[in-house]
Design a protein around this ligand. Structure first.
Ligand SMILES: [Zn+2]
Length: 125
């Protein structure tokens, strides 16, 4: 994935994080960021997605949240840190930027996702 596409994927990930935080923790992303600033963690509301992700990982703030979508989000941030983000967990190929923007926390590429959905459907349908 090219730099520009990756930035768009990260921006999509960040907005999904915002939505998940509101839904499951009743907090806005910017409120969580402001809380971190009160704890003297150097992050600004206009920080880049990378900066926000690394602060979230370092502070462990997502570790206390156990809702499944937040856990998936935390795992995505870990994959960004490890450099494996955007690689399909099944076939190892790069997941397209378009698919990642639609499903920022997915661990499978579009064709593996389709295949696993096909296998999960009961026979005959
Ligand atoms: Zn795949």
């Amino acid at each position: 994935m090219k730099g520009k596409e990756l930035q768009r994927v990260k921006a999509a990930l960040l907005s999904e994080l915002d939505v998940s935080l509101q839904k499951y923790c009743h907090q806005r992303l910017k409120d969580v960021v402001n809380d971190l600033r009160l704890r003297h963690i150097n992050v600004k509301p206009d920080s880049s997605p990378d900066e926000v992700f690394s602060v979230f990982l370092q502070s462990g703030v997502l570790k206390t949240m156990t809702a499944a979508p937040i856990v998936r989000m935390r795992e995505s941030l870990e994959r960004i840190r490890m450099g494996t983000f955007g690689l399909c967990a099944l076939c190892g190929r790069e997941i397209s930027a378009k698919y990642l923007i639609q499903n920022p926390t997915t661990t499978r590429c579009a064709s593996c996702d389709r295949e696993s959905q096909r296998l999960m459907r009961p026979a005959g349908s």
